[in-house]
Design a binder for this molecule. Structure first.
Ligand code: UT7
Length: 320
């Protein structure tokens, strides 16, 4: 059986950088509150870029690193919930943008866990031999679904995209993944689709992102360690064997709490939300892309873990 190897990683963030101080000129907030509660200092906001353009740029960078021609891409999965179009999928728009004309293309919505879910799905296609390669992309333009009147959510998020190329190989790659959902708790974090306007009734939908931050915080701190332990035990890997833990970049306090709970040195956790804010499905591939640029990944064992709306959560064990 083949193993899906990560052969290229890339990311893209919009041109406009917005600091906490910039936000404090627009609303009643300040750098001290945002940074001390979240570890976030800056985020990027897409003004001139669409979410599928960001996805396409990240994909092209990942393909270039992998040395793979877009025309040879078999599968494109875009993890997103904030694209411009309800249909077609963002994956089809990316396919067009990069010229990956023969790729099966679809989107996957598992919110901030979307990239990890996408890795698991693409891995199955490659393991079974159905496809030789896949692009897994996380791309979000959350700025267009945020409630900019709600300072408790809008300061947390940012726009951006990250992508990886998976290719069938024989030695290293995705070792295993576990993914779950707790639909029962969906009201902790949701965004409805735009309200219906029919000749018969007008639905007053709230289509901005709504979040009960403390519930999501508790959920992440409880469930992420559980799945990290599960995948390590299943694959007989100790936490000492893991070089890096790359969690969804929502809040540095979540990362430190999980590190403490699992008694793992915080130095093993890659953290970059200071620069990007929470970019949902894009946060893990952006982090991996940065790590790859810093030559941190070659030969390393890495656990990635996502958590978010659904509620969804999942992790993958990867040997680079
Ligand atoms: O990617 C999806 C997953 N999402 C997450 O993982 C988010 C998880 N949750 C969190 O990260 C945290 O719960 C938050 C960062 C969202 C909030 O932190 P918190 O420590 O739970 O703060 P809080 O909501 O309890 O708010 C504390 C205070 C409130 O004031 P009062 O009522 O105590 O007077 C808020 O009104 O902070 C106030 N506040 C703000 N003040 C300045 C809320 N937002 C702001 C703000 N600037 N932007």
């Amino acid at each position: 059986m083949k193993i899906a190897k990560i052969s290229g990683i890339g990311h893209y963030v919009p041109e406009l950088k917005v600091s906490n101080n910039d936000l404090s000129k627009l609303m009643d907030t300040n750098d001290e509150w945002i940074y001390s509660r979240t570890g976030i200092r800056n985020r990027y906001i897409a003004v001139s870029e669409t979410s599928y353009e960001m996805a396409g740029f990240a994909a092209l960078r990942a393909l270039e690193k992998a040395g793979l021609d877009p025309i040879d891409v078999d599968l494109i999965i875009v993890a997103t919930f904030s694209g411009e179009y309800a249909t077609p999928s963002m994956a089809c728009l990316v396919q067009k943008a990069i010229g990956a004309v023969k790729a099966m293309s679809f989107d996957l919505n598992a919110a901030c866990s979307g990239f990890v879910y996408g890795i698991d799905v693409a891995d199955q296609f490659i393991k079974t031999g159905k496809y030789k390669n896949a692009l897994v992309i996380g791309s979000e333009k959350l700025s267009q679904i945020l409630d900019w009147e709600d300072r408790s959510t809008c300061v947390l998020f940012g726009d951006g995209a990250g992508a990886v190329v998976l290719e069938a190989g024989d030695d290293v790659g995705i070792i295993d993944s576990v993914n779950y959902a707790i639909g029962e708790a969906y009201e902790c974090l949701y965004a409805k689709n735009v309200g219906n306007k029919t000749p018969f009734y007008e639905e007053q939908n709230e289509h901005k992102l709504m979040m009960n931050g403390q519930d999501v915080f508790q959920f992440a701190c409880k469930k992420v360690p559980e799945i990290l332990y599960e995948v390590m035990e299943k694959n007989q890997v100790n936490q000492e064997d893991v070089d890096y833990f790359v969690l969804h970049q929502a809040n540095v306090r979540i990362v430190t709490k999980i590190a403490k709970r699992m008694k793992i040195s915080i130095d093993k956790f890659y953290v970059n939300m200071e620069a990007y804010g929470n970019t949902s499905a894009a946060s893990i591939p952006i982090a991996l892309s940065e790590m790859s640029e810093k030559n941190m990944l070659i030969g390393k064992k890495v656990l990635i873990a996502g958590f978010g709306a659904g509620l969804t959560y999942g992790c993958s064990l990867i040997q680079f």
